[in-house]
Design a protein around this ligand. Sequence first.
Ligand code: NIG
Ligand code: FE
Length: 412
Amino acid sequence: MATLLVKNIGTLQTPVGSYAHKGKEQGENLKLHNAAILAEDGIIKAITSDGQLPCREEEVDSVIDAEGNLLTPGLVEGHTHMIFGGYRQNEIPLKLKGAGYLDILRAGGGIMDTVRKTREATAEELYEKTEGFLDEMMSLGVTTCEAKSGYGIDLETEVKMLEVLKKLNEEHPMDIVSTFMPAHVVEEQWKGREAEFIKLCCEEWMPYVKERDLAEFIDIFTEDSVFNAEESKIYLERARELGYGLKIHADEIEAIGGSVLAGEMKAKSAEHLIVIDDAGMASLAKGGTVAMLLPGTSFYLGATFAPARRMIDEFGVPVAMASDFNPGSCPSLNLQFVMNLGYLKYRMTPEEILTAVTINPAAGINREKTVGTLEVGKQADMVIWNAPNMEMLCYRFGSNLALQTIKKGILV
Ligand code: NIG
Ligand code: FE
Protein backbone atom coordinates (compact mmCIF):
# COMPACT_ATOMS: atom_id res chain seq x y z
CA MET A 1 0.00 0.00 0.00
CA ALA A 2 1.48 3.36 -1.08
CA THR A 3 0.58 6.39 0.98
CA LEU A 4 1.14 10.09 0.42
CA LEU A 5 0.47 13.02 2.70
CA VAL A 6 0.32 16.56 1.34
CA LYS A 7 0.53 18.98 4.24
CA ASN A 8 0.66 22.71 4.77
CA ILE A 9 -1.81 23.53 2.00
CA GLY A 10 -2.60 27.25 2.32
CA THR A 11 -5.91 26.86 0.50
CA LEU A 12 -7.43 23.65 -0.81
CA GLN A 13 -10.03 24.68 -3.38
CA THR A 14 -12.37 22.31 -5.19
CA PRO A 15 -15.86 21.99 -6.58
CA VAL A 16 -17.92 19.41 -4.68
CA GLY A 17 -20.15 16.70 -6.14
CA SER A 18 -19.68 14.21 -8.95
CA TYR A 19 -21.81 15.82 -11.65
CA ALA A 20 -21.72 18.78 -14.06
CA HIS A 21 -22.28 22.06 -12.21
CA LYS A 22 -24.54 24.68 -13.75
CA GLY A 23 -25.93 28.13 -12.98
CA LYS A 24 -25.06 29.47 -9.54
CA GLU A 25 -23.49 26.18 -8.50
CA GLN A 26 -20.83 26.56 -11.20
CA GLY A 27 -19.40 29.36 -9.04
CA GLU A 28 -19.44 27.46 -5.75
CA ASN A 29 -16.18 25.91 -4.58
CA LEU A 30 -15.19 24.47 -1.24
CA LYS A 31 -12.20 26.33 0.25
CA LEU A 32 -10.33 24.80 3.15
CA HIS A 33 -7.49 26.62 4.84
CA ASN A 34 -4.31 25.21 6.34
CA ALA A 35 -5.36 21.85 4.95
CA ALA A 36 -3.86 18.42 4.39
CA ILE A 37 -4.78 15.49 2.21
CA LEU A 38 -3.98 11.81 2.56
CA ALA A 39 -3.87 9.42 -0.40
CA GLU A 40 -3.70 5.65 -0.24
CA ASP A 41 -3.05 3.60 -3.35
CA GLY A 42 -3.96 6.55 -5.55
CA ILE A 43 -7.26 7.30 -3.85
CA ILE A 44 -8.10 10.16 -1.50
CA LYS A 45 -8.51 8.76 2.03
CA ALA A 46 -8.91 11.89 4.13
CA ILE A 47 -8.94 15.68 3.91
CA THR A 48 -8.42 17.89 6.94
CA SER A 49 -8.22 21.63 7.59
CA ASP A 50 -7.26 24.24 10.20
CA GLY A 51 -3.87 22.72 10.87
CA GLN A 52 -5.15 19.21 11.64
CA LEU A 53 -3.34 16.27 10.02
CA PRO A 54 -5.21 13.11 8.93
CA CYS A 55 -2.37 10.90 10.20
CA ARG A 56 1.08 11.09 11.69
CA GLU A 57 3.83 11.91 9.20
CA GLU A 58 5.86 8.83 10.22
CA GLU A 59 2.98 6.58 9.14
CA VAL A 60 3.13 7.45 5.43
CA ASP A 61 5.55 6.55 2.62
CA SER A 62 6.00 10.13 1.43
CA VAL A 63 5.18 13.64 2.54
CA ILE A 64 4.93 16.72 0.35
CA ASP A 65 5.00 20.14 1.96
CA ALA A 66 2.79 22.51 -0.07
CA GLU A 67 4.42 25.46 1.72
CA GLY A 68 1.22 27.40 2.11
CA ASN A 69 0.32 27.33 -1.58
CA LEU A 70 -2.98 26.66 -3.35
CA LEU A 71 -3.94 23.06 -4.12
CA THR A 72 -6.71 22.14 -6.56
CA PRO A 73 -7.89 18.99 -8.33
CA GLY A 74 -5.74 18.00 -11.30
CA LEU A 75 -6.98 19.83 -14.37
CA VAL A 76 -9.18 17.89 -16.76
CA GLU A 77 -8.55 18.66 -20.43
CA GLY A 78 -11.83 17.84 -22.14
CA HIS A 79 -11.07 18.43 -25.82
CA THR A 80 -7.91 17.92 -27.86
CA HIS A 81 -6.77 16.79 -31.30
CA MET A 82 -3.34 16.07 -29.85
CA ILE A 83 -2.22 13.27 -32.16
CA PHE A 84 -1.19 14.54 -35.59
CA GLY A 85 1.60 14.56 -38.17
CA GLY A 86 3.53 17.76 -38.88
CA TYR A 87 2.51 21.29 -37.95
CA ARG A 88 0.86 24.13 -39.88
CA GLN A 89 3.00 27.17 -39.22
CA ASN A 90 3.25 27.40 -43.02
CA GLU A 91 -0.30 28.82 -43.02
CA ILE A 92 0.94 32.06 -41.50
CA PRO A 93 1.70 33.87 -44.80
CA LEU A 94 -1.75 32.95 -46.16
CA LYS A 95 -3.39 34.22 -43.00
CA LEU A 96 -1.40 37.42 -43.09
CA LYS A 97 -2.77 37.98 -46.59
CA GLY A 98 -6.29 37.66 -45.18
CA ALA A 99 -7.23 34.00 -45.78
CA GLY A 100 -9.69 32.68 -43.20
CA TYR A 101 -9.78 29.22 -41.59
CA LEU A 102 -12.48 27.95 -43.96
CA ASP A 103 -10.81 29.53 -47.03
CA ILE A 104 -7.69 27.46 -46.38
CA LEU A 105 -9.78 24.35 -45.73
CA ARG A 106 -11.84 24.80 -48.92
CA ALA A 107 -8.63 25.16 -50.92
CA GLY A 108 -7.53 21.69 -49.79
CA GLY A 109 -5.22 22.87 -47.01
CA GLY A 110 -5.90 23.19 -43.29
CA ILE A 111 -7.15 19.94 -41.79
CA MET A 112 -6.46 18.11 -45.09
CA ASP A 113 -2.82 19.14 -44.89
CA THR A 114 -2.57 17.54 -41.44
CA VAL A 115 -4.43 14.46 -42.74
CA ARG A 116 -1.75 13.94 -45.38
CA LYS A 117 1.05 14.28 -42.82
CA THR A 118 -0.70 12.01 -40.32
CA ARG A 119 -1.15 9.30 -42.95
CA GLU A 120 2.57 9.47 -43.68
CA ALA A 121 3.63 9.28 -40.02
CA THR A 122 4.44 5.90 -38.48
CA ALA A 123 2.76 4.76 -35.28
CA GLU A 124 6.12 5.09 -33.53
CA GLU A 125 6.54 8.69 -34.66
CA LEU A 126 3.04 9.56 -33.52
CA TYR A 127 3.62 7.83 -30.19
CA GLU A 128 6.77 9.76 -29.47
CA LYS A 129 5.35 13.12 -30.46
CA THR A 130 2.13 12.65 -28.51
CA GLU A 131 4.02 11.39 -25.46
CA GLY A 132 5.91 14.71 -25.48
CA PHE A 133 2.60 16.60 -25.49
CA LEU A 134 1.32 14.52 -22.58
CA ASP A 135 4.45 15.29 -20.57
CA GLU A 136 4.03 18.99 -21.30
CA MET A 137 0.37 18.91 -20.31
CA MET A 138 1.17 17.22 -17.01
CA SER A 139 3.83 19.81 -16.25
CA LEU A 140 1.09 22.41 -16.73
CA GLY A 141 -1.26 20.69 -14.26
CA VAL A 142 -3.39 18.39 -16.43
CA THR A 143 -4.00 14.86 -15.08
CA THR A 144 -6.77 13.57 -17.37
CA CYS A 145 -7.35 14.39 -21.02
CA GLU A 146 -9.50 13.64 -24.01
CA ALA A 147 -7.96 13.00 -27.44
CA LYS A 148 -9.60 12.62 -30.83
CA SER A 149 -8.69 10.84 -34.01
CA GLY A 150 -9.85 12.69 -37.12
CA TYR A 151 -6.66 13.28 -39.08
CA GLY A 152 -6.86 9.90 -40.77
CA ILE A 153 -10.34 9.96 -42.24
CA ASP A 154 -9.55 6.57 -43.73
CA LEU A 155 -10.07 3.59 -41.47
CA GLU A 156 -6.44 2.52 -41.48
CA THR A 157 -5.07 5.85 -40.27
CA GLU A 158 -7.90 6.47 -37.82
CA VAL A 159 -7.20 3.07 -36.25
CA LYS A 160 -3.46 3.79 -36.21
CA MET A 161 -4.14 6.96 -34.23
CA LEU A 162 -6.55 5.31 -31.81
CA GLU A 163 -4.18 2.40 -31.20
CA VAL A 164 -1.38 4.81 -30.35
CA LEU A 165 -3.68 6.61 -27.91
CA LYS A 166 -4.67 3.31 -26.32
CA LYS A 167 -1.02 2.37 -25.84
CA LEU A 168 -0.22 5.78 -24.38
CA ASN A 169 -3.14 5.45 -21.99
CA GLU A 170 -1.64 2.19 -20.77
CA GLU A 171 1.95 3.39 -20.58
CA HIS A 172 1.78 7.09 -19.64
CA PRO A 173 0.54 8.33 -16.25
CA MET A 174 -2.06 10.53 -17.98
CA ASP A 175 -5.59 9.11 -18.15
CA ILE A 176 -6.64 9.44 -21.79
CA VAL A 177 -10.23 9.24 -23.03
CA SER A 178 -10.39 8.51 -26.75
CA THR A 179 -12.85 9.87 -29.27
CA PHE A 180 -13.34 8.54 -32.80
CA MET A 181 -13.85 11.42 -35.23
CA PRO A 182 -13.79 10.18 -38.81
CA ALA A 183 -16.26 12.92 -39.83
CA HIS A 184 -13.77 15.74 -39.29
CA VAL A 185 -13.34 16.96 -42.84
CA VAL A 186 -14.70 16.05 -46.28
CA GLU A 187 -11.94 14.64 -48.45
CA GLU A 188 -12.01 15.58 -52.16
CA GLN A 189 -13.29 12.15 -53.24
CA TRP A 190 -16.35 12.50 -50.93
CA LYS A 191 -17.33 16.04 -51.93
CA GLY A 192 -20.95 15.99 -53.04
CA ARG A 193 -21.24 12.46 -51.66
CA GLU A 194 -21.11 13.33 -47.95
CA ALA A 195 -24.14 11.14 -47.23
CA GLU A 196 -22.31 8.13 -48.63
CA PHE A 197 -19.31 8.86 -46.45
CA ILE A 198 -21.55 9.09 -43.39
CA LYS A 199 -23.10 5.75 -44.37
CA LEU A 200 -19.63 4.18 -44.58
CA CYS A 201 -18.80 5.52 -41.11
CA CYS A 202 -22.08 4.20 -39.70
CA GLU A 203 -22.09 0.78 -41.33
CA GLU A 204 -18.44 -0.19 -41.32
CA TRP A 205 -16.10 2.08 -39.40
CA MET A 206 -18.05 2.70 -36.19
CA PRO A 207 -18.71 -1.01 -35.51
CA TYR A 208 -15.07 -1.86 -36.36
CA VAL A 209 -13.68 0.65 -33.85
CA LYS A 210 -16.23 -0.27 -31.20
CA GLU A 211 -15.56 -4.00 -31.48
CA ARG A 212 -11.88 -3.34 -30.82
CA ASP A 213 -12.67 -1.03 -27.91
CA LEU A 214 -10.61 1.77 -29.41
CA ALA A 215 -12.84 4.72 -28.54
CA GLU A 216 -15.44 5.65 -25.98
CA PHE A 217 -16.83 8.72 -27.76
CA ILE A 218 -17.73 9.76 -31.28
CA ASP A 219 -17.46 13.31 -32.62
CA ILE A 220 -18.40 15.13 -35.85
CA PHE A 221 -17.61 18.57 -37.31
CA THR A 222 -21.04 20.04 -38.02
CA GLU A 223 -20.18 23.12 -40.01
CA ASP A 224 -20.68 24.95 -43.28
CA SER A 225 -18.52 23.20 -45.96
CA VAL A 226 -18.16 20.15 -43.71
CA PHE A 227 -21.17 18.06 -42.47
CA ASN A 228 -24.71 19.41 -42.17
CA ALA A 229 -27.15 18.84 -39.32
CA GLU A 230 -29.07 16.10 -41.13
CA GLU A 231 -25.92 14.07 -41.84
CA SER A 232 -24.77 14.66 -38.29
CA LYS A 233 -28.03 13.32 -36.90
CA ILE A 234 -27.81 10.07 -38.86
CA TYR A 235 -24.19 9.64 -37.75
CA LEU A 236 -24.86 10.36 -34.08
CA GLU A 237 -27.94 8.12 -33.96
CA ARG A 238 -25.95 5.19 -35.22
CA ALA A 239 -23.12 5.95 -32.79
CA ARG A 240 -25.55 6.01 -29.89
CA GLU A 241 -26.98 2.68 -30.98
CA LEU A 242 -23.47 1.21 -30.89
CA GLY A 243 -22.81 2.53 -27.37
CA TYR A 244 -20.58 5.53 -28.08
CA GLY A 245 -20.94 8.68 -26.01
CA LEU A 246 -21.78 11.63 -28.26
CA LYS A 247 -19.83 14.81 -28.95
CA ILE A 248 -20.36 17.39 -31.65
CA HIS A 249 -18.29 20.32 -32.94
CA ALA A 250 -21.11 22.82 -33.27
CA ASP A 251 -21.61 26.49 -34.07
CA GLU A 252 -17.90 27.24 -34.40
CA ILE A 253 -18.07 29.44 -37.48
CA GLU A 254 -21.66 29.21 -38.76
CA ALA A 255 -24.70 28.17 -36.70
CA ILE A 256 -26.24 25.43 -38.83
CA GLY A 257 -28.16 23.56 -36.14
CA GLY A 258 -25.37 21.67 -34.41
CA SER A 259 -26.04 22.80 -30.86
CA VAL A 260 -29.79 22.26 -31.11
CA LEU A 261 -29.05 18.75 -32.32
CA ALA A 262 -26.53 18.15 -29.51
CA GLY A 263 -29.14 18.97 -26.88
CA GLU A 264 -31.87 16.96 -28.62
CA MET A 265 -29.61 13.92 -28.77
CA LYS A 266 -28.46 14.43 -25.18
CA ALA A 267 -24.85 14.57 -26.30
CA LYS A 268 -22.37 14.47 -23.41
CA SER A 269 -20.79 17.65 -24.71
CA ALA A 270 -21.08 20.20 -27.49
CA GLU A 271 -17.84 21.83 -28.59
CA HIS A 272 -16.90 25.43 -29.54
CA LEU A 273 -20.35 27.15 -29.59
CA ILE A 274 -18.86 30.49 -30.58
CA VAL A 275 -21.92 31.58 -32.56
CA ILE A 276 -24.61 29.67 -30.64
CA ASP A 277 -28.06 31.27 -30.48
CA ASP A 278 -30.77 31.16 -27.79
CA ALA A 279 -32.40 28.06 -29.27
CA GLY A 280 -29.07 26.25 -29.09
CA MET A 281 -28.45 27.26 -25.47
CA ALA A 282 -31.98 26.24 -24.47
CA SER A 283 -31.48 22.89 -26.15
CA LEU A 284 -28.17 22.21 -24.38
CA ALA A 285 -29.74 23.08 -21.03
CA LYS A 286 -32.66 20.75 -21.70
CA GLY A 287 -30.43 17.92 -22.85
CA GLY A 288 -28.02 18.25 -19.90
CA THR A 289 -25.19 18.67 -22.42
CA VAL A 290 -21.91 20.19 -21.21
CA ALA A 291 -20.83 23.24 -23.24
CA MET A 292 -17.16 22.54 -23.96
CA LEU A 293 -15.87 26.04 -24.71
CA LEU A 294 -12.53 26.54 -26.41
CA PRO A 295 -11.42 30.13 -25.93
CA GLY A 296 -7.88 29.44 -27.17
CA THR A 297 -9.39 28.75 -30.58
CA SER A 298 -11.36 32.01 -30.57
CA PHE A 299 -8.13 33.76 -29.62
CA TYR A 300 -6.04 32.09 -32.30
CA LEU A 301 -8.64 32.46 -35.07
CA GLY A 302 -9.35 36.06 -34.11
CA ALA A 303 -12.98 35.09 -33.69
CA THR A 304 -15.53 36.25 -31.14
CA PHE A 305 -15.92 34.39 -27.84
CA ALA A 306 -18.74 32.04 -26.90
CA PRO A 307 -21.44 33.60 -24.68
CA ALA A 308 -20.35 31.82 -21.51
CA ARG A 309 -21.99 34.30 -19.11
CA ARG A 310 -25.38 33.89 -20.75
CA MET A 311 -25.00 30.11 -20.67
CA ILE A 312 -24.36 30.21 -16.93
CA ASP A 313 -26.69 33.04 -15.89
CA GLU A 314 -29.65 32.76 -18.26
CA PHE A 315 -29.75 29.19 -19.50
CA GLY A 316 -28.17 27.04 -16.78
CA VAL A 317 -25.86 25.25 -19.19
CA PRO A 318 -22.86 23.62 -17.45
CA VAL A 319 -19.77 25.30 -18.89
CA ALA A 320 -16.44 23.54 -19.35
CA MET A 321 -13.30 24.98 -20.93
CA ALA A 322 -10.69 23.06 -22.89
CA SER A 323 -7.74 23.85 -25.13
CA ASP A 324 -8.82 22.22 -28.43
CA PHE A 325 -5.09 21.66 -28.90
CA ASN A 326 -4.53 20.99 -32.63
CA PRO A 327 -2.11 22.19 -35.32
CA GLY A 328 -4.61 24.45 -37.11
CA SER A 329 -6.97 26.39 -34.90
CA CYS A 330 -5.23 26.22 -31.52
CA PRO A 331 -1.56 25.24 -31.48
CA SER A 332 -1.38 25.58 -27.67
CA LEU A 333 -2.08 22.93 -25.05
CA ASN A 334 -1.81 25.33 -22.14
CA LEU A 335 -4.96 25.03 -20.05
CA GLN A 336 -3.66 27.73 -17.73
CA PHE A 337 -3.89 30.21 -20.61
CA VAL A 338 -7.43 28.97 -21.23
CA MET A 339 -8.19 29.88 -17.61
CA ASN A 340 -6.84 33.40 -18.20
CA LEU A 341 -9.12 33.70 -21.23
CA GLY A 342 -12.06 32.44 -19.17
CA TYR A 343 -11.59 35.41 -16.90
CA LEU A 344 -10.65 38.04 -19.50
CA LYS A 345 -12.97 37.09 -22.36
CA TYR A 346 -15.83 35.11 -20.80
CA ARG A 347 -15.86 37.20 -17.62
CA MET A 348 -16.13 34.09 -15.50
CA THR A 349 -15.22 34.16 -11.82
CA PRO A 350 -12.18 32.23 -10.51
CA GLU A 351 -14.56 29.71 -8.89
CA GLU A 352 -16.54 29.22 -12.13
CA ILE A 353 -13.26 28.81 -13.97
CA LEU A 354 -12.02 26.09 -11.61
CA THR A 355 -15.30 24.21 -12.12
CA ALA A 356 -14.88 24.66 -15.88
CA VAL A 357 -11.47 22.96 -15.94
CA THR A 358 -12.18 20.18 -13.44
CA ILE A 359 -15.57 18.62 -12.72
CA ASN A 360 -17.45 19.97 -15.75
CA PRO A 361 -15.04 18.65 -18.39
CA ALA A 362 -14.82 15.44 -16.34
CA ALA A 363 -18.60 15.11 -16.76
CA GLY A 364 -18.20 15.87 -20.47
CA ILE A 365 -15.89 12.86 -20.84
CA ASN A 366 -17.73 10.55 -18.46
CA ARG A 367 -15.16 10.69 -15.66
CA GLU A 368 -17.09 12.72 -13.08
CA LYS A 369 -17.31 9.80 -10.66
CA THR A 370 -13.54 9.34 -10.41
CA VAL A 371 -11.87 12.73 -11.04
CA GLY A 372 -12.61 16.47 -11.18
CA THR A 373 -13.05 17.15 -7.45
CA LEU A 374 -11.07 16.49 -4.28
CA GLU A 375 -13.30 14.23 -2.21
CA VAL A 376 -12.72 11.06 -0.22
CA GLY A 377 -12.93 8.06 -2.54
CA LYS A 378 -11.87 9.93 -5.68
CA GLN A 379 -8.55 9.65 -7.48
CA ALA A 380 -5.72 11.54 -5.77
CA ASP A 381 -5.07 13.78 -8.79
CA MET A 382 -4.03 17.25 -7.72
CA VAL A 383 -1.86 20.26 -8.42
CA ILE A 384 0.14 22.44 -6.06
CA TRP A 385 0.31 25.92 -7.55
CA ASN A 386 2.84 28.69 -7.23
CA ALA A 387 -0.07 30.86 -6.13
CA PRO A 388 -1.99 31.57 -2.94
CA ASN A 389 -5.42 31.47 -4.57
CA MET A 390 -7.38 31.00 -7.83
CA GLU A 391 -7.40 34.73 -8.48
CA MET A 392 -3.65 34.57 -9.03
CA LEU A 393 -4.08 31.76 -11.58
CA CYS A 394 -6.65 33.74 -13.54
CA TYR A 395 -4.53 36.88 -13.46
CA ARG A 396 -0.96 35.80 -14.23
CA PHE A 397 -0.60 34.67 -17.81
CA GLY A 398 2.20 33.29 -19.91
CA SER A 399 4.00 31.57 -17.01
CA ASN A 400 3.59 28.02 -15.81
CA LEU A 401 2.33 28.31 -12.24
CA ALA A 402 1.99 24.56 -11.65
CA LEU A 403 4.65 23.61 -9.10
CA GLN A 404 3.84 19.94 -8.61
CA THR A 405 1.41 17.67 -10.39
CA ILE A 406 0.30 14.57 -8.50
CA LYS A 407 -1.38 11.74 -10.39
CA LYS A 408 -3.03 8.90 -8.48
CA GLY A 409 -1.05 9.82 -5.38
CA ILE A 410 2.29 9.95 -7.18
CA LEU A 411 4.35 13.02 -8.00
CA VAL A 412 4.87 13.15 -11.78
O1 NIG B 1 -11.84 21.90 -33.22
N1 NIG B 1 -13.03 22.41 -36.01
C1 NIG B 1 -12.56 21.34 -36.30
N2 NIG B 1 -11.48 20.78 -35.81
C2 NIG B 1 -10.49 21.42 -35.04
C3 NIG B 1 -9.46 22.04 -35.90
C4 NIG B 1 -8.64 21.06 -36.55
C5 NIG B 1 -7.57 21.65 -37.44
O2 NIG B 1 -7.67 22.78 -37.91
O3 NIG B 1 -6.62 20.89 -37.68
C6 NIG B 1 -11.11 22.37 -34.07
O4 NIG B 1 -10.89 23.59 -34.11
FE1 FE C 1 -11.86 20.53 -31.85
